[in-house]
Ligand binder design. Structure first.
Ligand code: ADP
Length: 209
């Protein structure tokens, strides 16, 4: 976040003289307390300053970079995840292609009879399986999918930064968001893709705080 000239002055004053009351800052800048109020709100909400009742404002010592990282680490999977698209392992390659078009997704999660995650199928998996084949309805997705335990997953409380790192290091487009059951099996509760990371990125730029 770019600070305005006046906000930078306030930070300098608080750095030098804090803890200091709002009235005193206003006096030093020859402004009214009311004029200053929005700036002080912005500076406390963005983490540059902190305020203690009856003591006043003080400087937190955090740089712009640290504040940005604090904000980034607050973005969690559960706040950005999409609805998962799941197909049963007995579904055919043909069914998977139809689901991919109908649901407009690039990755399908494959589950067993108890709705537990067993694999994942991507666009390229389906293209590869379809090349030169006539009977796509006769090939089950279970034989072409990337299967457990090789599926990379994420959890609702993970940070978006952690999932972005997984997508980059594994060179994949999406992750199932999962919850582990008592037997250690995974229930699919969401979908986290590069699109969700892009949305989080845009949100970061929108926030004033
Ligand atoms: P695309 O095929 O559209 O390029 P990806 O890059 O996501 O999509 O997939 C590349 C390969 O990685 C595929 O073989 C796919 O099965 C596999 N894959 C995709 N997502 C995951 C995941 N979360 N964990 C493990 N493997 C995955």
């Amino acid at each position: 976040m770019e600070l305005s000239e006046r906000q930078q002055k306030i930070v300098e004053i608080v750095k030098e003289k804090g803890p200091i009351t709002g009235e005193k800052i206003a006096e030093l800048l020859a402004l009214t307390r009311a004029t200053l109020r929005p700036d002080l709100t912005v500076l406390t909400m963005s983490g540059y300053l902190d305020a203690r009742p009856r003591v006043g404002y003080y400087y937190t010592g955090k740089t712009g970079g640290q504040l940005f990282k604090d904000k980034l680490l607050k973005l969690k999977v559960k706040d950005f995840q999409s609805i998962p698209v799941v197909i049963p392992e007995a579904a055919s390659v043909y069914d998977a292609i139809v689901s991919m078009f109908l649901e407009d997704v690039g990755t399908l999660f494959v589950t067993d009879g108890r709705n537990k995650l067993v694999g994942i199928v991507s666009r390229k998996d389906l293209l590869r399986a379809s090349m030169g084949k006539q009977d796509l309805e006769g090939i089950p997705v279970s034989i072409i999918m990337t299967r457990m335990p090789n599926v990379t997953v994420c959890y609702p409380d993970e940070t978006m930064l952690e999932t972005a790192n997984k997508l980059i290091s594994k060179q994949i487009d999406g992750l199932p968001v999962v919850k582990q059951d008592a037997d250690g099996k995974l229930d699919v509760i969401g979908r986290l893709t590069k699109t969700n990371i892009t949305k989080a990125f845009v949100e970061l730029s929108r926030e004033d705080g």
